[in-house]
Design a protein around this ligand. Structure first.
Ligand code: NAP
Ligand code: MG
Length: 464
């Protein structure tokens, strides 16, 4: 695939400080498809300077003009949708239909929502004898993962630009080509030089240099809880703003009055999508004892249907990690209903769609984020909603979840008891304006919609 051999800094593709490169691998066939430059502290520094230089003019640009610029980025994303989908398929391994419907389509929605919000958001309000202004935080360091490579970039860059901030992006080493494509789109949309800058590279090198850079005002990170904790500590020590979107182990609570077949089938599909590499995936399915065996049978049958339909996981390392968790589940006494740790194909980083039954809340597969196509079925005593609540809330995470019941009001009442940032009621559909983010160790802050925009603003009040 076509790749740039430089960094996008101050409006142009520039040579990297060193000649080091990172190979990009297609996880479906294990072939190296491109190389991108491995940026270091010098490249990060150049990018942060460019963002700082561009900041005052962009911060002073009227919101309506900022909105028009974001609208041009949205149009660029729409115009190059097929190319985006193809690139995500090549470097992440997502099946083409999923790349089109989700990886390429959702960022268009999100960029569009920020074009609108930039124009309509109240950046100024009167409170008693004060005028309160919402001003941009400054230079944003954005560090993103590979699992929804373009969505996670746009969910940071669009609100940052809407707020009047400028950005340096360090994307995941596994999916840099999607990030380069985004930089091309930004360039073609006519953004002033330095407003958006891209440094590809390794997390502990380029990512860390960005998080530690003293002229970055806000670090917005999406990824593992382990790295998020380090970034939070670095930002705390420097008294800089931080937003963290971390892992999850979300519960899919099926109440006794729910349509069981629908809840189980949608629940399994939710986990298998993107080969299980979704931070908000409902990886723990909770079913009451009376219908537990039926649910296990339904889940096993649903997973079997995914056999040839899911893509590989992103890398050899990720495959080893997921298989390790499946082996651990078997060792700890969970019952394998579908799938397993063995390789389904000779080539490509594939993992079998896997269902575990008889999972108890203390097992590793009920506690840790696996980030693969693995769903664990847990049982609660009939009608004992307190037990279901305790199991659902019984992990360090709190990112998302689902509740199913005979009527929406019953499901919604139960959802209010969950310690989690987002809950889908009876299969409620994706809303690009709904705030997304975690309770507990799933993170700090929110993305998407007006709440996502507010992350990039700071407040000033003038008294009269
Ligand atoms: P990760 O290491 O947390 O990666 C996320 C981003 O942070 C990447 O751009 C990464 O660069 C960068 N990074 C890594 N170490 C860094 C450091 N010391 N300082 C600054 N930035 C750093 O996640 P991963 O290794 O890709 O995946 C590991 C596990 O994290 C997965 O198995 C999954 O459980 C979880 N995960 C969660 C999410 C989520 O959305 N919540 C997304 C991805 C992964 P590199 O790409 O070079 O490592
Ligand atoms: Mg990593």
């Amino acid at each position: 695939m076509k790749a740039h051999d430089g960094m996008y800094i101050a409006g142009a593709w520039r040579p990297a400080a060193t000649g080091d490169t990172i190979p990009v691998v297609n996880p479906a066939d294990e072939q190296v498809i491109a190389h991108v430059p491995a940026g270091g502290a010098q490249d990060v520094d150049a990018a942060v300077r460019a963002a700082r230089t561009a900041f005052p003019a962009w911060a002073a640009t009227p919101p309506a003009e900022r909105a028009a610029t974001i609208g041009a980025v949205r149009d660029g994303l729409a115009a190059r949708k097929d190319e985006i989908a193809g690139t995500v398929t090549a470097e992440l391994g997502a099946p083409p239909a999923f790349s089109q419907a989700v990886h390429a389509a959702v960022p268009i929605l999100v960029a569009g929502s920020y074009a609108e919000l930039a124009a309509t958001y109240s950046f100024e309000e009167r409170v008693g004898n004060s005028t309160v202004y919402a001003e941009p935080v400054g230079v944003v360091g954005a560090i993103t993962p590979w699992n929804y490579p373009l969505h996670q970039i746009v969910a940071k860059v669009a609100p940052a630009l809407a707020a009047g901030c400028t950005v340096v992006l360090k994307p995941a080493e596994n999916t840099p080509l999607t990030a380069q494509l985004f930089a091309e789109i930004v360039h073609d949309a006519g953004l002033p030089a330095g407003m958006f800058n891209l440094v590809t590279g390794l997390g502990p090198v380029a990512g860390q240099a960005l998080a530690e850079h003293e002229d970055v005002d806000l670090v917005s990170f999406t990824g593992s809880t382990a790295v998020g904790k380090q970034i939070g500590a670095v930002a705390g020590a420097a008294v800089k703003r931080v937003a963290l979107e971390l892992g999850g182990k979300s519960a899919n609570v099926i109440l006794p009055s729910a349509d069981l077949a629908k809840a189980v089938n949608v629940g399994v599909a939710n986990v298998m999508a993107n080969s299980g590499q979704t931070c908000s995936a409902w990886t723990r399915m909770l079913v009451d004892a009376a219908r537990y065996d039926e649910a296990v049978e339904l889940a096993g049958a649903a997973a079997a249907k995914y056999g040839d339909r899911i893509g590989p996981v992103v890398s050899e390392r990720q495959r080893a990690r997921v298989r390790g968790y499946i082996e651990r589940g078997i060792e700890e006494g969970a019952r394998l209903v579908a799938g397993g740790p063995d390789a389904p194909r000779d080539r490509g980083y594939y993992v079998r769609p896997t269902v575990f039954a008889d999972v108890t809340p203390d097992m590793t597969v009920a506690q840790e984020e696996i980030f693969g196509p693995v769903v664990s079925l847990l049982r609660y005593e009939d009608e004992d909603e307190d037990e279901a609540e305790a199991i659902a809330n019984g992990t360090v995470y709190g990112l998302a979840g689902a509740v199913w019941a005979g009527d929406e009001a019953e499901a919604a009442a139960f959802a209010r008891r969950l310690h989690t940032g987002q809950v889908d009621i009876n299969g409620g559909s994706f809303n690009p304006l709904a705030p997304f983010g975690g309770y507990k160790q799933s993170g700090v802050g929110r993305e998407l919609g007006a709440h996502g925009l507010a992350e990039y603003l700071q407040t000033k009040s003038l008294q009269f």
